[in-house]
Structures are given as structure tokens and as C-alpha cells.
Design a protein around this ligand. Structure first.
Ligand SMILES: O=C(O)C1=C[C@@H](OP(=O)(O)O)[C@@H](O)[C@H](O)C1
Ligand SMILES: C=C(OP(=O)(O)O)C(=O)O
Length: 440
């Protein structure tokens, strides 16, 4: 990330807004869509390559791009134009036979690529930062093993580093769990579409065992696969049948703005009683996180969808009791908003966020308590009880979403200082500049 045009201090004081914001915000491209589009464009193999527009430049997308290059796929970025061109000399396959891949702390990169490299013939190793070595991937490795791929956690922890040794995988039948992360299923779905022919199986059938988390991301995967001409049948709600041999060359694909990034600006309107439009997002988005605005609406905000985007009008806020399993990247955003409501807010059914950049339930509970809020933490969620807040230095746990969410509190309360604000590079390097635009 050294070339990124942003530098960050060690600590960033947040100055409260002096005027109520009435503005619109443009957020960068979706991380989830950019990283899926990179994988699908790489496997799809359009004759002149595929041009991705509106792409996100951030640590998570840059590690994905770097890994694809190490796999022999040609990737040319033009960040000034927010475009990436992807060209695979071996459409549907992996050119490199050996690769050592560094995935940083990007869940989408490690999960999507662990399945994708299994289409190759060779030995591939994926590793990341120390926290990545604590993030689960066993359920995906077990699924790949069922398809004849040697897929192992090097240290036997069920976490990276991961070593995949493959002779390519052929269509077959496989069972997988997605109760720790939906990314396991997304990864397998995308790779399975390029599985080799098997005289005994005209399709790969994936059976999902147990409950699934983060369901809208599975829908996003299925929708994007359809764009690439890949067929996924649903013989039952927990079964996916992916016939081999279907694909469409996609020459150009437009990436939506990031809805999780948008949540900070909608929340800013809610917290300050202002009005903020996030441009170019609609409720028809591929991203479940646009539905964060429904939670704000439940709390009392007015939400308006128009041609230019989605607008949140801040109003006095009531507490809510909400299941956030489907939109769990916005839990910390809601945690910040909840501090300004008239009553307690309970966030339920998000045990899986303990496996993300940090244990997000514990981290948000600790930091909101430091600021003065009442917080009861339970295994799969938390209750936040508003109390008078006092600004202080807050820790961010190398978690971009902790930094962006806690900063929101500083828009109302003086004395909030965000430690290690540079961790936003994971998905939103320009966040601090964009937050400042609320003062215009
Ligand atoms: O598939 C994706 O793009 C993502 C799925 C979610 O992860 P889990 O499925 O692990 O909850 C989400 O938190 C992550 O930011 C992106
Ligand atoms: C959980 C996240 O990312 P990932 O799982 O892709 O690392 C996130 O961006 O909040």
C-alpha cells in the first residue's frame, strides 16, 4: 500500500461538527464486489480481458490483485480512473503451478483464492498477518478435500497458513458449513463453476450443513455468477447445483459504491440530526448492507430513496432490538448511533463477528464503555445503554470498521481521539478526507 496517496498520524483527534451536515457523500467501490469481480473476471477469460469500473483501491483489493498476478493472471490497474483490466492466459484455470500468496487480513482474498487455486495444478500457499492466522478456514478446506484436493492448515489450527496441492478438481458432490463465515460457500460456488468435467457428475452439488451467516453475501455471489453466465440451480434451499460448461465472456463490469462504507455517512446524519445522501446506491443494490438504513428508520430517522442515492434525515433516536446477522459489518456503526438514542439498543445473532479483523463484540463493548456508555456483552451480541459520554482516546484493534465507527461519536462529543487511524486502509483509505467533507 506504499503508493497510496494517504498518510496517517498515529492518533487522530476528531473535532465535533459545529454545523448540522446537509450534504451528499460519494463512497468508493464495494470491497466485496471488487474482489468477487476480480476472481470472476480472472476465471471468466474474456478474449480481450475484462474491464472492471468503479473498482475499490484498498489493502484488501490490492492483496487480491497481487495474489492474482503471482498466479500468472495479468492485472492492470488505472487507479485514477478506478478501473482494473483482468486477463487470464488460461481461461478458467490457474497459469502458475507454484505460488506463495500473501493475503494480509483479507477474508475474501484468502477464502476465495483457497478455492480458486484448487482449480490449478500445483502447490499454493496462502498466509497473512498474525490476525489472519486466527481466522477460521477449516470448513472450506474440508470441502475442498471432499473434491480430491489436498487442502491443509499448515499448523493444524484450522486457520492460515493454508497449503493447497491440487491436480485440478472435477465436478462432484460436497458438503460445507457456512455458520462461521459465508465466504466459504461463496468461494466454493465460484470455483465449482470451473470444475473439470467428470463422467459421473454433470454438475457439482454443494450441500449446506447447518445454519448460514451473512446470507446477503451468498446472494451477491449468485447474482454476480449469473452475470458471468454461470448457472446455479437450487434443488433445495440448502443445495446448490452448478453444471459445468456454462460461461459468458464479460468484457466490462461496473462495481457499485460500498454500502458498508456508506453506513458511516448515514449514521453521521442520524447522530447529528442532519441530512446525508450517499450517492449512487439504491435498495436494489447487490449489497445487503444498504438495509442498514432500515435500522436507522426503525430508530426514528427518515429515509428517502431517490435517483441520486439514499438519503437519511436524522431525527430524535429511539433504541432498537435488532438481529444483525445479515448486515453484521454495520454492527459497530449501529453501536456508535445507539449511544445517542433515548433508550437501550440490543444487537443480536452476530456471534460470527468475533472471528473478523478482531473480536468485534468484545472490542466495541470495551471502547463504548471507555466513552461512558453502558454495555452488556453476551455470546452473540450486546446491549448498549445510552449514558452521558466523555471523549477519550479509543483503540481500534487494527480494525478499519472500529476506527470509522468510533470516529462518528467524535462528531458530537469533544475529546475523542482515534488511535491508529491508518487501519482504514483495509477498505477505505480516503475515509478521513471524506469524513471532513461533512463540514462543508
Ligand atoms: O463475502 C463477502 O464479501 C463478505 C462476507 C462477510 O463475511 P462473513 O461471511 O465472514 O460474515 C462480510 O463480513 C465481509 O466483510 C465480506
Ligand atoms: C469482515 C470484513 O472483511 P473480511 O472478512 O473480508 O476480511 C470487513 O470488511 O468488515
Amino acid at each position: 500500500m506504499s503508493e497510496l496517496a494517504f498518510t496517517y498520524p498515529a492518533r487522530l483527534p476528531i473535532v465535533p461538527l459545529t454545523a448540522t451536515p446537509k450534504t451528499s457523500a460519494a463512497v468508493p467501490g464495494s470491497k466485496s464486489i471488487t474482489n468477487r469481480a476480480l476472481v470472476l473476471a480472472a476465471l471468466g477469460g474474456a478474449p480481450d480481458g475484462c474491464l472492471l469500473t468503479g473498482a475499490l483501491r484498498s489493502e484488501d483489493t490490492e492483496v487480491m490483485i497481487d495474489c492474482l498476478r503471482r498466479l500468472g493472471i495479468q492485472v492492470q490497474e488505472d487507479w485514477a480512473a478506478a478501473t482494473i483490466r483482468v486477463n487470464n492466459p488460461v481461461p478458467g484455470g490457474i497459469p502458475a503451478t507454484v505460488a506463495d500468496l500473501f493475503v494480509g487480513n483479507s477474508g475474501t482474498t484468502v477464502r476465495f483464492l483457497a478455492a480458486m487455486v484448487a482449480l490449478g495444478r500445483g502447490r499454493y500457499r496462502l498466509d497473512g498477518i498474525p490476525r489472519m492466522r486466527e481466522r477460521p478456514i477449516r470448513d472450506l478446506l474440508d470441502a475442498l478435500a471432499q473434491l480430491g484436493v489436498k487442502a491443509e492448515s499448515e499448523t493444524g489450527t484450522g486457520c492460515p497458513p493454508v497449503v493447497i496441492e491440487s491436480e485440478g478438481f472435477r465436478a462432484g458432490s460436497v458438503r460445507i458449513r457456512a455458520d462461521k463465515s459465508s465466504q466459504f460457500l461463496s468461494a466454493l460456488l465460484m470455483a465449482a463453476a470451473y470444475a473439470g468435467d467428470n463422467p459421473d457428475h454433470a454438475a457439482t452439488t454443494i450441500h449446506l450443513d447447518g445454519p448460514r451467516v451473512s446470507e446477503p453475501y451468498i446472494d451477491m455471489t449468485l447474482a454476480m455468477m449469473r452475470t458471468w453466465g454461470l448457472v446455479v440451480e437450487r434443488p433445495a434451499p440448502d443445495a446448490f447445483r452448478i453444471p459445468t460448461g456454462h460461461r459468458t465472456a464479460v468484457a466490462e463490469y461496473a462495481i457499485e459504491p460500498d454500502a458498508s462504507a456508506a453506513s458511516y455517512f448515514w449514521a453521521a446524519a442520524a447522530i447529528t440530526g442532519g441530512r446525508v445522501t450517499v450517492r449512487d446506491l439504491t435498495k436494489a443494490s447487490l449489497q445487503g448492507d444498504v438495509l442498514f438504513v432500515d435500522v436507522l428508520e426503525q430508530m426514528g430517522c427518515r429515509v428517502e430513496e431517490c435517483e441520486s442515492g439514499i438519503t437519511v434525515h436524522g431525527r430524535p433516536l429511539a433504541g432498537v432490538d435488532v438481529d444483525m446477522n445479515a448486515i453484521s459489518d454495520t454492527v459497530m456503526t449501529l453501536g456508535a448511533v445507539a449511544c445517542f438514542a433515548t433508550g437501550p439498543t440490543t444487537i443480536r445473532n452476530v456471534a460470527h463477528i468475533r472471528h473478523k479483523e478482531t473480536d468485534r463484540i468484545a472490542a466495541v463493548a470495551t471502547e463504548l464503555r471507555k466513552l461512558g456508555a453502558g454495555v452488556d456483552e453476551f455470546a452473540d451480541g450486546l446491549t448498549i445503554t445510552p449514558r452521558p459520554l466523555t471523549g477519550c482516546a479509543v483503540d481500534t484493534y487494527n480494525d478499519h470498521r472500529m476506527a470509522m465507527s468510533l470516529a462518528l461519536i467524535g462528531l458530537r462529543i469533544s475529546g475523542v481521539v482515534v488511535n491508529d487511524p491508518g487501519c482504514v486502509v483495509k477498505t477505505y483509505p480516503g475515509f478521513w478526507q471524506d469524513l471532513e467533507k461533512l463540514r462543508r
